[in-house]
Write a protein of this length. Structure first.
Length: 331
């Protein structure tokens, strides 16, 4: 078997996995639209109530969950290459916390600008500053995995302290919004909020098309430069793209952890590390995970709805512990 045949077999495996996940996502989406306090049958005609429930509540919420899951998984996969760390993830490294901190500041100090567009801009600025800080410190000081995680935790604690101050000085309405972001929820998603999705989509597509470039970066900066890559320029573009996606995701659904950590790592373990295939596959799997998590969040309890961030954390925390133990055992 020559190299071209091996490459064809790998490409076939990736493409088959992508089509399977697309089919699974489609099936999960249909179930998501059907199930709830009011069951909507796909076979019969829709009543006026069912039509309003479907198009004004469930469809916008489904699209928000898909956009957030795909964006966070894609951002996590890119950060893991950019930082050279398989444990990199927007929430764990404090990037989502930076976005929420700037959103909280906007809500407290500039309440008239507290619109989806205003939140998006504030979240993008916060995510970008925290990402730049992480990348700069990790490159200059050559931080190990454990030290990078500690730095991310420290940044997360700092952002949490600022949000806690915001809690203290906020009124009832602002307090509810802050709690919504901290716990993570797509329950308030409407068609108007999908301005954020429209911004995320082209950036996510652009990142998916940069898989070959990330494959070169994985070989090291020296080899990447020898292959004609302008490493500094590419790094800054990737940082801006990740900041935009994370900022929009936080503005759309709050802080939702572990999606960007768990999904890329599991895809990498199952299929390989070729980023030109991994990035779109991780985006599809992230969307599916978020839809399943939100479906569980709104159906597990009869009289209440769980924050989707609680569900993703419950799923992701054991996987994260396993990853830490595995990395420690490998040393």
């Amino acid at each position: 078997m020559d190299i071209s045949q091996i490459i064809d077999i790998k490409r076939y495996r990736w493409q088959r996995a992508q089509w399977i996940m697309i089919a699974a996502l489609f099936f999960i989406g249909i179930v998501y639209l059907m199930v709830g306090e009011v069951f909507i049958s796909p076979l019969g005609g829709l009543s006026h109530l069912e039509e309003q429930l479907l198009w004004k509540l469930r469809v916008p919420r489904l699209l928000a969950a898909m956009a957030i899951g795909a964006g966070l998984a894609l951002s996590g996969a890119v950060l893991q290459v950019l930082l050279g760390n398989v444990l990199a993830e927007p929430g764990l490294l404090g990037i989502s916390g930076g976005a929420s901190m700037f959103m909280a500041g906007l809500l407290i100090f500039f309440p008239l600008m507290a619109t989806p567009v205003g939140f998006m801009l504030a979240a993008i600025i916060g995510a970008m500053l925290f990402t730049l800080l992480l990348v700069s410190i990790s490159r200059v000081m050559r931080l190990t995995t454990s030290r990078l995680l500690l730095l991310g935790v420290a940044l997360g604690i700092m952002s949490s302290s600022v949000v806690t101050w915001a809690f203290y000085f906020s009124d009832d309405q602002s307090l509810r919004q802050l709690m919504y972001w901290l716990m993570g929820s797509v329950g308030g998603a409407s068609w108007y909020h999908h301005i954020l999705t429209i911004v995320m989509l082209p950036v996510a597509v652009w990142l998916c098309l940069k898989g070959r470039l990330l494959d070169k970066l994985m070989m090291g900066e020296v080899h990447a430069r020898q292959l004609g890559v302008n490493v500094e320029k590419v790094r800054w573009r990737l940082i801006i793209a990740v900041a935009i996606i994370v900022g929009c995701a936080v503005a759309l659904g709050g802080i939702i952890g572990f999606v960007g950590l768990v999904v890329p790592h599991l895809v990498r373990l199952a299929l390989g590390s070729e980023n030109r295939y991994l990035l779109p596959t991780a985006a599809i799997c992230g969307a599916a995970l978020m839809v399943v998590s939100d479906l569980l969040a709104r159906t597990v309890l009869d009289s209440a709805e769980l924050p989707v961030g609680v569900v993703t954390t419950t799923i992701g925390a054991p996987v994260f512990i396993w990853m830490l133990l595995k990395n420690h055992a490998a040393r």
